[in-house]
Design a protein around this ligand. Structure first.
Ligand SMILES: Cc1ncc(C[n+]2csc(CCOP(=O)(O)OP(=O)(O)O)c2C)c(N)n1
Ligand code: SF4
Length: 366
């Protein structure tokens, strides 16, 4: 320590100290099934503003991956540009990562996913990154049902570039500078639903009881899993009149149900009254247990979910939870019938079938 102080100026030294995160792990820390502590799923110390909703979402991702016993080297985190897109630096330090260009995360995800279907793909984006410059990429990722989790940290503004209104800012919402937004908001959840997304959820960065099981369910869903998370920007969009502030969201949030994610090996121990619960079984045997289900809420009925969303919107409610799931969908690899082995593991004999087979293939085109 003395040597570092000697080599650096006081300012450089203090700056460096800010970013040191201990790697020491106490032996007694609880471990998950594969022997990792929760700290093994963390990343660098966040440089976001204190109180930013995005940090709570990072914490929920860390908790979900720890509880799911995800092998860190079996996950790839991808992002675009923005405060939200910086967050992969703050979680899953031992996983693969690609911080791409503004709005271009889906293309990078598509390339990586086509080359190697063996990883969990976790994309993180902002409402600016997705609903404006990245809109064209986002809609095609949904349409192709790529097997990935796509989280939008939605604060209704461009935090990184000093808080301009984004396309998800609500009509009439007032910015910190006092301007009223005159354009209607693009509702990413409604859009994803219309486009045929096979898993759609919405949550709030301040509701980890809901967000953690939702992320776990999204990671288990074999298709495009979209989660819109309202995530207040404390610096530029947490003022009176904003519809993405902590206080506004807390006053207008409506959960469709409480969510429990039950992995295949566990059994459901809780029981609720008939009509108030639903169990959605996923392909790997895990169960999404929905309790305190809102009346007439059917998370496997796309039309009903769209209608309910529209009604909530007209009442000014922010509807959260698992909004829609299709458990029978086929993902992009299945649709294309591609090889199961990651491309970098294919051997020469797999790639070159030999002259006899090649001759017969060519023969079909003569
Ligand atoms: C091609 C390109 N255009 C514009 C920018 C400037 N820019 C950087 S981040 C950003 C928007 C960030 O907003 P959002 O995605 O909502 O993330 P937040 O910072 O609010 O989390 C913009 C416009 C850029 N980096 N690259
Ligand atoms: S500017 Fe806003 S979005 Fe960016 S880190 Fe600060 S609070 Fe978060």
């Amino acid at each position: 320590m003395k040597n570092i102080r000697f080599l650096l100026s006081k300012r450089q030294y203090q700056h460096k100290m800010t970013y040191i995160k201990p790697t020491f792990r106490h032996k007694g820390l609880p471990k998950n099934e594969i022997g990792f502590a929760k700290a093994d799923y963390e990343g660098k110390i966040s440089t976001l503003c204190a109180g930013c909703g995005h940090d709570s979402i990072s914490a929920a991702i860390v908790q979900a991956c720890y509880e799911m016993s995800v092998q860190p080297h079996k996950l790839a985190k991808l992002s675009g540009i923005g405060c939200s897109s910086k967050t992969p630096t703050y979680f899953l330090d031992n996983s693969h990562g690609f911080n791409s260009v503004h709005g271009r995360m889906p293309s990078i995800a598509t390339g990586a996913y086509m080359a190697n279907r063996d990883l969990i793909y976790l994309g993180v984006s902002g409402d600016g990154d997705t609903a404006s410059i990245g809109m064209g990429q986002f809609v095609h990722a949904i349409r192709r049902n790529m097997n990935m989790v796509y989280i939008v940290m939605n604060n209704g503004c461009y935090g990184l570039t000093k808080g301009q209104d984004s396309a998800t800012a609500d009509f009439g919402s007032i910015s910190k500078s006092g301007n009223k937004n005159m354009f209607p908001a693009i509702d990413l959840v409604g859009m994803a639903m219309e486009l045929g997304a096979t898993f759609v959820g919405r949550s709030f960065s301040g509701d980890k009881e809901q967000l953690i099981p939702l992320i776990k369910a999204a990671m288990s869903h074999p298709g495009f899993a979209f989660i819109d998370v309202v995530s207040p920007c404390v610096t530029f969009n947490n003022n009176k009149g904003s519809t993405k502030s902590y206080s506004f969201v807390r006053d207008h949030i409506e959960a469709t149900a409480s969510i429990d994610f039950i992995p295949p090996k566990d059994e459901i121990k809780i029981s609720y009254k008939e009509g108030q619960t639903a169990n959605v079984k996923l392909h790997d045997g895990s169960i999404i247990h929905l309790s305190k289900l809102a009346q007439h809420w059917y998370p496997q009925d796309r039309k009903a979910a769209i209608n309910r969303l529209q009604r909530a919107k007209s009442k000014g409610e922010i509807l959260t939870g698992l909004l829609y799931i299709d458990t029978e969908s086929q993902d992009l690899h299945e649709l294309q019938g591609t090889v199961k082995t990651p491309l970098n593991a294919l051997r020469e004999e797999d790639l070159c079938p030999g002259s006899t087979i090649l001759e017969s293939i060519n023969g079909q085109y003569r």
